[in-house]
Ligand binder design. Structure first.
Ligand code: ADP
Ligand code: MG
Ligand code: MG
Length: 881
C-alpha cells in the first residue's frame, strides 16, 4: 500500500494538526463547517521529513500524488493551471505544526506566465489587476525560490514609478506593471543566470521545495530555539486556489482577532487594506485601516465577517486569529488559528469564556500560560508623573520600557548581551530582526499595524511594542530619528508604553502593577484545585508581608546571611571571625544575638500561624571580609600615612583572609561544616530563633520555626548538629519559662544526601531541596562559570534545551530528588518535603515537584502567583491525592 502524502482540504480536519500542520488542519476544518474557503490540498509534514531524509529530493511517489491532487483541484474549479484563456492560480503556503508566524515562506499567484497573464487579463477584463498579480508573483517567487534580494525588485518599482511621476503602487497602471515585469525578468536572469520559469508545473514543484527548505532558514531556526520548538517536526505545504484582494476598491485583504490580543477585551480587533493582497498587511509595509472602518466601506461583508468570527470562536472555544480576503465584495477565509496573546489578555479571555459558558474553570486555569504571568507583574509608566509624550503610535504590546535607541537589530543583540538596555527602533521589522527583538527591552516602529510582525513577535515575548508611530521619522544613515523638532540620536534614552502607544524622550518614572480582578479570579480557581502548597523565599519582614499578599502559605527559605551583612552588624561579624579563641568569638556572638532575635520576631510576626524555615549560616566566612586586593590597596595607602594602629588591624585582617582563602569555596568550609567547626555560631542563631518564637508566644502570636541545617551529605553531620540544636533549645525554653513547637530538618543539596536520604531522615523532621547547589554538584558545574562560558554554547548546540539552573533537569537532578523523597519517606512516612531553589517558581519544575509528591514549593514573592497557577495545572494534568 502506498502511503498518503497529499490530502484535499475535504479530507482533513482540525485534529490532524501534526500531519497537515496547523494551517492545513484548520483550513480543512473550516471547509467541513461550510465556511467560504478557497479549495486546495495539503502536502504533509511527513513528505517534508521524507524530502530531507532523501537528501533534499521530492520522491516520485510524492510527485505523482501532488499532480493527482492538482488534477482533482483543476476539475473542481473548472480551470487549469497555466491555461492561456482562464488560468487557475494558486498560493503555495507553508504551515508548521506549531504556528511560526511569518518565519517561513509563502508564494501567491502561482501559475502565471507570459501567456496565462493575458488570459487572466482578458477573462477579468482587468489588465491592471492581471499584470499587478504577475509582477507580485515574480517578486515573491524570485525572492523565495530563486533567492534574488527583495530590494532589487523594490528598486525597479521605484524607478518605474519615478519615470511615471507617481508615488503610490495603487496609482500604477497596467502598462507600468508590464514594464516592471520586463525589468523583473531581466533582473532574475542577470542575478541567477536562468530565465524566470514559464512552465506552471515546474513553478509549483520549485515552490513546494522552497517551502520545505524554508523550514531550515535562519530565522525559522532562531524562532524555534527561542520558542523551544523541536527541529524535527517539518512543515506541511498548502496549495490553495487564489482569491484576489487586489481587484479594485471592492476588494481587499485583512487580519483580525476575535478579541483584543493585548487586553482581552471582547471586541473584534483587526485591520484591512483595500485593493491589496495578503502580504501587504502582515509585512507591515502599508499601515492598514482598522476593521471598524470596514463597517462603513462594506457593511454587508462586515456583518458576514462578524458572524463568521463568532462562529469560529464557538467552534474552537477560543479566541481566533483570522486571515480573510474580499474579492469583488465576496468574503473568503484563508486562515484561522488560536490567536497569540499577552498574559493579560490570556487571563481576561479565560475568565470571560467561563462566564460565557464556553469552557469550565479547570480549562480556564490551563489556558493561562504560567510562565507568561511574570509579564503581568511588569511595570508601567506612572500616570502621576504626568510625563509629556513626544509621539503616539499604536499600542501593540503592553508594558513599559526605557532604554537606549538602537536602529540595527545586530547592534541591539550585541548590546543586549552586554546587559545594556536598548529599544530597537525600526521603520518596520521583518522576521529577520527577531534576534535583536529578543535582547531589546522593547520595540518602536514607525510603520506597520497592530498585526504586523513586530507586534505579533513582541506580544509573544511579553515585550512592550509601539508600532505605526508615524510621527517618528527615521534616518538610518545618520542613525537618528526626528519627532517634531527633536532629534534623537543612537544611544539617547527613550521610553515607550506599549499599553497606550506613547513614546517619551528620556527616562520616565514607572510604577509596580496591581493584579486585575480576573487575575485574582484565575488564582482563586487555581487554589481550589492544587494540592502542592506554595511558600516564598523571604529574608525580611517586608518580603514576608509581600509574599503573604501574593498568597504564600509560609516561608520555605529564610536566609540568615543577609542579617550578617547589614551595616550595623558587619563589624561585629568581622570581630567574630577575627577572634582567636572561642571566648572571644562568643563575646562577639552575644552582641549579635539580640539583633538577630529582632529580625526573627519581625518575620515570624508577619507570618504568624504559618511555618517559617530558617536556614542557619551557609556561606563561607571569607564572604564577610573584604577581599585581599582591596585590603592590599588599603594597606599601601595607610603605610604612606603612617597610621600604625589601623595599619596593624588591616594587616591582621589580610592574614585572616589569606588563611580562609580556599581553592574552591563552593565545596569548601561552609554550610553544616561551619556549624560543626564553630558550634557557637549555630548555637547563637538557634537561640535567636527560639527566643523570638517564645517572645511572640507570650504576646499570643504563633510562630512555627523550622530550623534548617544546610549542606548535609552524611547522616552523622545532621545527627550531631541536631543534638546541639536540641540542647540549645532546652536551655532557651528553661530561661524563657515557656516552650514552643519547632522542627529540625535539612537542606538536601548534595548527591550523597539524596543517595543516603533514608539515613539522613532519621534525624530530620523535614527535607527541603536546594536545587541550585544540587544542580551544581550533580552536573559538576559551578554556576557562575557555567552560565558565563559553557551554557550559552550548550544551548546554541542544543546539547541542553534549557539551562538546568532555570528549568529543573528532570532526568539527572530530578532522579536524585525522586530517590531522596522515596527513601526519606520510607524511613519516616510523615516527612515534610519541599523545594526552595528558584526552580520552585518555574512552571515546568513546579510540575515535576508535584509529580514526585513534594509537599511544597518555595520561590521569590513575585513568583508565588506563577507557582500557584503552575501547581494547579500540574494537578489537572497529573492528579494526585
Ligand atoms: P504567513 O504564515 O506568513 O501568514 P500565509 O501562508 O498565511 O503566510 O500567507 C501570507 C498571506 O497571503 C496571508 O495574508 C494570506 O491570507 C495570503 N494568502 C495566502 N494564500 C492565499 C490565497 N489562496 N488567496 C489569497 N490570499 C492568500
Ligand atoms: Mg498567515
Ligand atoms: Mg545551597
Amino acid at each position: 500500500m502506498t502511503k498518503k502524502y497529499v490530502y484535499s482540504f475535504r479530507e482533513g480536519n482540525a485534529s490532524m494538526r501534526s500531519l497537515l500542520g496547523g494551517k492545513g488542519a484548520n483550513l480543512a476544518e473550516m471547509v467541513n463547517i461550510g465556511l467560504p474557503v478557497p479549495m486546495g490540498f495539503t502536502v504533509t509534514t511527513e513528505a517534508c521529513l521524507k524530502y530531507y531524509q532523501e537528501g533534499e529530493k521530492i520522491s516520485e511517489e510524492i510527485l505523482s500524488q501532488i499532480f493527482e491532487a492538482l488534477e482533482n483541484l483543476e476539475k473542481e474549479m473548472g480551470k487549469k493551471l497555466g491555461d492561456t484563456e482562464d488560468p487557475l492560480l494558486v498560493s503555495v503556503r507553508s504551515g508548521a505544526v506549531i504556528s511560526m508566524p511569518g518565519m517561513m515562506d509563502t508564494i501567491l499567484n502561482l501559475g502565471l506566465n507570459d501567456e496565462s497573464v493575458k488570459g487572466l487579463a482578458a477573462k477579468t477584463g482587468n489588465d491592471r489587476f492581471a499584470y499587478d498579480s504577475y509582477r507580485r508573483f515574480i517578486q515573491m517567487f524570485g525572492n523565495v525560490v530563486m533567492e534574488v534580494e527583495h530590494n532589487r525588485f523594490e528598486a525597479i518599482i521605484e524607478s518605474v514609478k519615478e519615470k511615471k511621476n507617481i508615488t503610490l503602487d495603487t496609482e500604477m497602471d497596467a502598462e507600468g506593471w508590464q514594464e516592471v515585469i520586463k525589468h523583473f525578468k531581466e533582473k532574475v536572469k542577470e542575478e541567477t543566470g536562468r530565465e524566470f520559469p514559464q512552465d506552471p508545473k515546474e513553478q509549483l514543484l520549485m515552490a513546494v521545495e522552497a517551502v520545505f527548505k524554508s523550514w531550515n532558514n535562519q530565522r525559522a531556526k532562531v524562532y524555534r530555539r527561542i520558542n523551544k520548538i523541536p527541529d524535527d517536526l517539518g512543515t506541511a505545504v498548502n496549495v490553495q486556489t487564489m482569491v484576489f484582494g487586489n481587484k479594485g476598491n471592492d476588494s481587499g485583504t485583512g487580519v483580525a482577532f476575535t478579541r483584543n490580543p493585548s487586553t482581552g477585551e471582547n471586541k473584534i480587533y483587526g485591520e484591512f487594506l483595500l485593493n491589496a493582497q495578503g502580504e501587504d498587511v502582515v509585512a507591515g509595509i502599508r499601515t492598514p485601516q482598522s476593521i471598524d472602518q470596514l463597517k462603513e466601506v462594506m457593511p454587508d461583508v462586515y456583518e458576514q465577517f462578524i458572524n463568521v468570527s463568532n462562529l469560529l470562536e464557538k467552534h474552537y472555544k477560543d479566541m481566533q486569529d483570522i486571515e480573510f480576503t474580499i474579492e469583488n465584495g465576496k468574503l473568503y477565509l484563508l486562515q484561522t488559528r488560536n490567536g497569540k496573546r499577552t498574559a493579560q489578555s490570556a487571563v481576561k479571555i479565560a475568565v470571560d469564556l467561563v462566564e460565557e459558558g464556553l469552557i469550565d474553570k479547570k480549562e480556564a486555569v490551563l489556558r493561562v500560560p504560567a510562565d507568561q504571568l511574570e509579564s503581568l507583574l511588569h511595570r508601567r509608566i506612572d500616570p502621576a508623573a504626568k510625563a509629556e509624550a513626544a509621539a503616539k503610535g499604536l499600542p501593540a504590546s503592553p508594558g513599559a520600557a526605557s532604554g537606549m535607541v538602537v536602529f540595527d537589530p545586530d547592534e541591539a543583540e550585541a548590546m543586549g548581551k552586554e546587559g545594556q538596555k536598548v529599544i530597537l527602533v525600526r521603520t518596520e521589522t521583518t522576521p529577520d530582526d527577531i534576534h535583536g527583538i529578543v535582547l531589546a527591552q522593547g520595540v518602536l516602529t514607525s510603520r506597520g499595524g497592530m498585526t504586523s510582525h513586530a507586534a505579533v513577535v513582541a506580544r509573544g515575548m511579553g515585550k512592550p511594542c509601539v508600532s505605526g508611530c508615524e510621527a517618528v521619522r527615521i534616518d538610518y544613515e545618520k542613525e537618528e530619528f526626528q519627532v517634531g523638532n527633536t532629534v534623537v540620536k543612537k544611544g539617547d534614552i527613550i521610553s515607550i508604553d506599549g499599553s497606550t502607544g506613547q513614546v517619551f524622550i528620556g527616562e520616565v518614572p514607572m510604577i509596580d502593577p496591581e493584579l486585575s480582578n480576573e487575575f485574582n479570579e484565575i488564582l482563586k480557581w487555581a487554589d481550589e484545585v492544587r494540592v502542592l502548597k506554595v511558600r516564598a523565599n523571604a529574608d525580611t519582614p517586608h518580603d514576608a508581608k509581600l509574599a503573604r499578599e501574593f498568597g504564600a502559605e509560609g516561608i520555605g527559605l529564610c536566609r540568615t546571611e543577609h542579617m550578617f551583612m547589614a551595616q550595623d552588624r558587619l563589624p561585629i561579624v568581622q570581630q567574630m571571625i577575627m577572634s582567636e579563641t572561642k571566648e572571644e568569638r562568643e563575646e562577639a556572638l552575644a552582641k549579635l544575638l539580640p539583633i538577630q532575635q529582632g529580625d526573627f520576631e519581625g518575620i515570624f510576626e508577619a507570618m504568624s500561624g504559618l511555618p517559617v524555615t530558617v536556614r542557619l549560616l551557609d556561606p563561607p566566612l571569607h564572604e564577610f571580609l573584604p577581599n585581599a586586593e582591596e585590603l592590599i590597596v588599603e594597606i599601601e595607602r595607610l603605610k604612606s600615612q603612617s597610621a600604625s594602629e589601623e595599619l596593624a588591624a588591616k594587616q591582621e585582617m589580610l592574614k585572616k583572609v589569606r588563611a580562609l582563602s580556599e581553592m574552591n569555596p563552593m565545596l569548601g568550609l561552609r554550610g553544616c561544616r561551619l556549624g560543626l567547626l564553630y558550634p557557637e555560631i549555630y548555637e547563637m542563631q538557634v537561640k535567636a530563633i527560639l527566643k523570638a518564637a517564645c517572645t511572640l508566644a507570650k504576646r499570643g502570636i504563633k510562630a512555627i520555626p523550622e530550623i534548617e541545617i544546610p549542606l548535609v551529605g552524611h547522616e552523622l553531620e545532621l545527627k550531631t548538629l541536631r543534638e546541639i540544636v536540641e540542647k540549645t533549645a532546652e536551655k532557651v525554653f528553661k530561661e524563657e519559662g515557656i516552650r514552643v513547637e519547632y522542627f529540625i530538618g535539612t537542606m538536601i543539596e548534595l548527591p550523597r544526601a539524596c543517595l543516603t536520604a533514608d539515613d539522613i531522615a532519621k534525624s530530620a523532621d523535614f527535607f527541603s531541596f536546594g536545587t541550585n547547589d544540587l544542580t551544581q554538584t550533580t552536573f559538576g558545574f559551578s554556576r557562575d562559570d557555567a552560565e558565563g562560558k559553557i551554557l550559552p554554547h550548550y544551548l546554541e548546540q542544543k546539547i541542553l534545551t534549557d539551562s538546568p539552573f532555570i528549568v529543573l533537569d528532570r532526568k539527572g537532578v530530578g532522579s536524585l530528588m525522586k530517590m531522596a523523597v522515596e527513601k526519606g519517606r520510607q524511613e519516616k512516612a510523615d516527612l515534610v518535603v519541599g523545594i526552595c531553589g528558584e526552580h520552585g517558581g518555574e512552571p515546568n519544575s513546579v510540575e515535576f515537584c508535584h509529580m514526585i509528591n513534594l509537599d511544597f514549593v518555595s520561590c521569590s514573592p513575585y513568583r508565588v502567583p506563577i507557582a500557584r497557577l503552575a501547581a494547579a495545572q500540574a494537578q489537572i494534568k497529573h492528579p494526585r491525592n
